[in-house]
Unconditional design. Structure first.
Length: 233
């Protein structure tokens, strides 16, 4: 008992009633950490309940079951990544600058969201079964394709991009390099050293990814010079 006359569990119940959305967000935050660290099968609902000062019953009340919680964790990490992309205003940039900005932003978002990377790796182990059941994730992923489609259309019309520039292919190229940079950091570093993961190394890799993407579709594009100045469009 405390000076308020309420035991800790009683105070938590009052909190749940006053702000159930905050409790739900707290559960999702801790569940994201648990699933990213241990996968779907290894994640422990009792541990999530302990760390959120809730209960297994409370978690199932909000999310149905463990798989329901995992699915909503996936939806949340995808949503946050795509929301960050939505804030990028590239409509006012000329097409090559817009494509550069989108590529840089994708690289940065992967570096800054290692839990997203781990969860996508885990979901691929499950053959995207839970992402496929989600009514949200496929729609969320359309936003970046729509931005790239607009850039491609404007770039082709201006004679700046190749006629075969494709938004889905561009997203695949950008995501694959950006994803690998994070997902394989540990094994790559053991095999080849950590020079690419220094601050300078990451700046160079980021620039190389931009060069790779722009070089594939921008007519007459030349990679950046070693000093960082643009040598092309």
């Amino acid at each position: 008992m405390t000076g308020t006359g309420e035991s800790p569990p009683e105070r938590r119940r009052v909190s749940w009633k006053k702000d159930p959305e905050a409790v739900r967000e707290d559960i999702l935050t801790i569940a994201t950490q648990e699933f990213a660290a241990n996968g779907l099968s290894g994640a422990n609902i009792n541990e999530i309940a302990r760390r959120t000062s809730t209960s297994k019953r409370m978690i199932y009340f909000y999310f149905g079951d463990k798989e329901g919680l995992y699915t909503q964790v996936l939806e949340r990490v995808y949503s946050r990544l795509r929301e960050a992309e939505k804030t990028l205003d590239v409509a006012g940039l000329e097409p090559v600058a817009a494509l550069r900005r989108l590529t840089e932003a994708t690289f940065d978002s992967h570096v800054n969201n290692p839990q997203f990377i781990r969860l996508v790796m885990i979901e691929n182990i499950h053959n995207a079964a839970y992402a496929g059941r989600s009514g949200i994730i496929p729609k969320l992923n359309r936003s970046i394709i729509d931005k790239l489609a607009d850039v491609c259309a404007r770039g082709k019309a201006a004679g700046l991009l190749r006629a075969d520039a494709d938004p889905v292919e561009l997203h695949w190229m950008t995501s694959s390099a950006s994803f690998y940079n994070v997902s394989n950091r540990a094994t790559f570093s053991v095999s080849f050293g950590t020079s690419l993961y220094t601050e300078q190394g990451q700046r160079r890799i980021r620039s190389r990814v931009v060069d790779m993407v722009l070089g594939a579709v921008v007519i007459g594009y030349q990679p950046r010079t070693p000093g960082g100045a643009s040598a092309g469009p």
